[in-house]
Unconditional design. Structure first.
Lengths: 267, 155
C-alpha cells in the first residue's frame, strides 16, 4: 500500500521525484492508473500553488491552477477561457489542473495545444533540485525525456495573448480522437505574426508550418494551398490516430478556408 | 490513515486507505446520496460540494479530503423540510428514477450560490457534468429557474 504524503514545500516534492512516486495534481486521470504499484502518492494540493499572476511579459499560472480558476480569472483573455470551457464538464474543470494537463502526456487535450501554439514556457524542477525553463514545443516534442520532473509553473508570453484566435473541435464518437485547430493571427494587417496549430488528443500538436510560412512570405494564400497542407497534415495524423477519416480533412480545410477568409488572408 | 473533515456541518474522523476514492469512503460511511456510476468522472452521479465547488468524488482520493468541508444532498434538507432546490426539482417533475438527482441538486446549489439569476446557457453549462437518462434536460432547466425564484423569495 503506498504512503500518502502532504508535502509542505517544493523541496519535499522534489525529494520524491522517482518512478515509484506518483505526483497527484488534479487526479482526473488517476482511475486509469494502478495506484498500488507506487510507493508513495504526493498530494500537490497541500503546496497551495494556485496563483495566476500577470507580469509585464508573461501571464503566469501555477501548476495547481484549475480550469475553473482560469475561466473565472479577470486577467485571462477570452480565447483561453473559451478553450478551458471546452475541457470536460463543470465538476471536472474544478479538478483539472494546468500541471496535470501537461503531466499526463501523451493524453494531451485542448490546453496543451494552446500552450504549444503560444509557445509558452514551462518551469520545472528535476530530481537533483535544479530548476529549468523550457519552451512548450521542446517539451511536447521530447516528452519522453521529461518523465520524472515537477512542473511548477507555466508562463504564456503576454504578446501572444493579444492574438486573434479561432478554435474549433471535430466531435467524433470518441473524445479520444477529437481533432482541433488553433489559428492565431495577431493582426490581419501584419501577416508575419501567424501561427496555425492542429492538435489531437493522444498526440502532441502539429504545427501547420507550410501554410504558416506561406502566409508569412506572401501575406495571402489560396484555397488550393490550404487543401494541400491539410492533406499533408492528415496523412501525418493517420499514422497516429487510428480512426482518422478523410472527411475530417475536408472539414478541417473548409473551416480553415472560412476562417482565413474572414481574416482577409485567403485569395 | 486517518482524515478529519467537516461533512454537512458535522466534524468527523475517518480511517481511509491512501488509494480509496472519496466516493467509496462517503458511501462506506452511510452517505448514499452519492451514487456509484461510471468511476471515471463522466456521469456526475457521485458529485459533492467540496469547499464550495462541485466535484466528482470518484476521481478524488479520500486523503485529499482531509480538513475540507463537504456538503452532500443529505445535508441540504429533509423529506419534511426540503431545501428550496429540492422542492423545485420535485415540483417541476425533474425526478424520475432519481439516480442523478442528488448530484444534480448540488450542481444547482453551486451555481445559484455564485449566480442567483443564471440564464439558460449558464444553467446548461453548470449542469453539463450531470447525465440524466430519464427526464431529459428540459425539466432540469425549469427546476433551476424555479429554484432561483424560490431562493429569492426566501431571502
Amino acid at each position: 500500500m503506498p504512503e500518502y504524503i502532504y508535502p509542505q514545500n517544493v523541496e519535499e516534492v522534489i525529494s520524491h521525484l522517482k518512478p515509484s512516486s506518483l505526483l497527484y495534481a488534479g487526479g482526473t486521470g488517476l482511475y486509469k492508473r494502478n495506484l498500488q504499484r507506487f510507493d508513495c502518492i504526493v498530494d500537490l494540493q497541500s503546496l497551495n500553488c494556485q496563483n495566476i499572476i500577470k507580469s509585464r511579459d508573461y501571464l503566469i499560472f501555477d501548476a495547481m491552477v484549475t480550469m475553473a480558476h482560469i475561466i473565472e480569472h479577470p486577467e485571462v483573455p477570452d480565447t483561453l477561457k473559451d478553450i478551458c470551457l471546452e475541457i470536460g464538464s463543470t465538476p471536472l474543470r474544478n479538478l483539472i489542473t494546468v500541471g496535470g494537463e501537461l503531466g499526463q502526456c501523451p493524453y494531451w487535450a485542448n490546453l496543451p495545444v494552446y500552450l504549444y501554439a503560444t509557445n509558452a514556457l514551462i518551469d520545472y524542477y528535476d530530481h537533483q533540485f535544479e530548476k529549468h525553463t523550457i519552451r512548450c514545443r521542446t517539451f511536447f516534442e521530447n516528452f519522453s525525456r521529461y518523465k520524472n520532473i515537477f512542473i511548477f509553473r507555466v508562463q504564456i508570453p503576454t504578446a501572444m495573448l493579444d492574438y486573434h484566435s479561432i478554435s474549433y473541435n471535430f466531435k467524433e464518437t470518441s473524445f479520444d480522437y477529437s481533432i482541433f485547430n488553433y489559428l492565431l493571427l495577431q493582426n490581419p494587417q501584419d501577416k508575419k505574426q501567424t501561427s496555425i496549430t492542429i492538435g489531437a488528443v493522444r498526440r502532441f500538436p502539429f504545427s501547420l508550418s507550410s501554410l504558416e510560412q506561406h502566409i508569412q512570405e506572401k501575406g495571402t494564400i489560396t484555397a488550393r494551398q490550404v487543401k494541400e497542407s491539410c492533406q499533408e497534415l492528415t496523412s501525418a495524423m493517420r499514422r497516429d490516430i487510428r480512426y482518422s477519416k478523410s472527411y475530417r480533412c475536408e472539414h478541417l480545410q473548409n473551416q480553415l478556408c472560412e476562417d482565413l477568409n474572414e481574416l482577409g488572408v485567403l485569395e | 490513515m486517518k482524515i478529519q473533515l467537516t461533512i454537512n456541518n458535522k466534524q468527523v474522523e475517518w480511517e481511509v486507505s491512501p488509494t480509496q476514492t472519496l466516493m467509496d469512503a462517503l458511501r462506506e460511511n452511510g452517505y448514499f446520496s452519492i451514487k456509484d456510476g461510471c468511476r471515471e468522472g463522466s456521469c456526475g452521479t457521485c458529485a459533492i460540494l467540496m469547499d464550495g465547488e462541485v466535484v466528482t468524488s470518484c476521481l478524488i482520493l479520500a486523503p485529499r479530503a482531509h480538513k475540507s468541508i463537504i456538503i452532500t444532498s443529505e445535508g441540504l434538507g429533509t423529506p419534511a423540510r426540503p431545501h428550496p432546490i429540492q422542492k423545485a426539482y420535485v415540483e417541476k417533475g425533474t425526478v424520475q428514477c432519481g439516480y442523478c438527482v442528488p448530484a444534480s441538486i448540488l450542481a444547482t446549489k453551486a451555481l445559484l450560490d455564485k449566480n442567483p439569476h443564471p440564464d439558460e446557457q449558464t444553467i446548461r453549462k453548470a449542469l453539463d457534468g450531470n447525465i440524466c437518462r430519464c427526464t431529459g434536460y428540459i425539466k432540469r432547466i425549469e427546476a433551476v429557474k424555479y429554484a432561483a425564484e424560490l431562493l429569492q423569495e426566501k431571502s
